[in-house]
Design a protein around this ligand. Structure first.
Ligand code: PGA
Length: 258
């Protein structure tokens, strides 16, 4: 899977144009069907991008949101709920992105509530976890990943957990150009798999789809994807241009993994 997180970029019409460009590249690539592609515009672009994708039938490109509120509706000014996202064609939603955790103050408990709400509302959550630079330097990476995953997944059954996607995104690699090495990413993904086995049940970790995110680009994607434990990428900056996003998708598609 390759998911593009546009963050706070692109207006609705710019987003629809970018989505059309991505779909045109998908249509021209015979291997593209091997990779599940998701694009996550800002809330204001969801409807227009959703319409653009729906008009291009069989594109295989899915729509996702970058955040949601855990309640279905209510007095939550400025928030958007899961059913509202589904109504504009979203199938996926990112929860617990590090910018939400560290800039907007989302706690592990809030992320856990959003994960459950996404599942309740029929959306596939892409659950982000990852350590800060200070935590890595203090050798606390595994501890942070275990804490974040335990808080998010405890109490879920194996089938429910398997319907989610995890994105390991070290905070120090996001938007910095400092991509994690394939070994660093692989080791973190292994910790995540072992934690899911412990928290949810045996074999949950090996079945889980775990993406790497943080400065993935057309030049480094293939070496990351060569690691068996890396099932794809959550891409920020490089998803804002169709050509660079497409090169990452092509790198994933070139691997003939079951
Ligand atoms: P980046 O962002 O690819 O620009 O580093 C990744 C993300 O925040 O999901």
């Amino acid at each position: 899977m390759v998911a593009g997180n546009w963050k706070m970029h692109r207006t609705a019409s710019e987003g629809a144009a970018l989505a059309r460009e991505c779909v045109a590249l998908a249509a021209a690539d015979p291997l593209a069907k091997r990779c599940e592609v998701v694009i996550c515009p800002p809330f204001t672009g969801l409807a227009a991008v959703g319409e653009a994708l729906a008009a291009l039938k069989g594109s295989g490109v899915h729509l996702g949101a970058q955040n949601m509120h855990a309640e279905v509706q209510g007095a939550f000014t400025g928030e958007v709920s899961g059913p509202m996202l589904s109504a504009v064609g979203c199938e996926f939603v990112i929860v617990g992105h590090s910018e939400r955790r560290h800039v907007m103050g989302e706690t592990d408990a809030m992320v856990a509530a959003k994960l459950r709400a996404a599942l309740r509302d029929g959306l596939t959550p892409i659950v982000c976890i990852g350590e800060t630079l200070a935590e890595r330097e203090q050798d606390k990476t595994a501890e942070v990943l275990v804490r974040q995953l335990s808080a998010a997944y405890s109490g879920l059954d194996a089938a429910t957990a398997a319907a989610t996607v995890v994105a390991y995104e070290p905070v120090w690699a996001i938007g910095t150009g400092k991509v994690a090495s394939p070994e660093q990413a692989r080791d973190a993904h292994r910790v995540a798999r072992a934690t899911l086995d412990q928290v949810v049940g045996p074999s949950t970790g090996s079945a889980a789809c775990i993406l790497y995110g943080g400065s993935v680009n057309a030049g480094n994607a293939a070496t990351l994807f060569a690691e068996d434990d890396i099932d794809g990428a959550l891409v920020g900056g490089a998803s804002l241009e169709a050509a660079s996003f497409w090169k990452i998708i092509a790198a994933a598609s070139a691997l003939n993994r079951p």
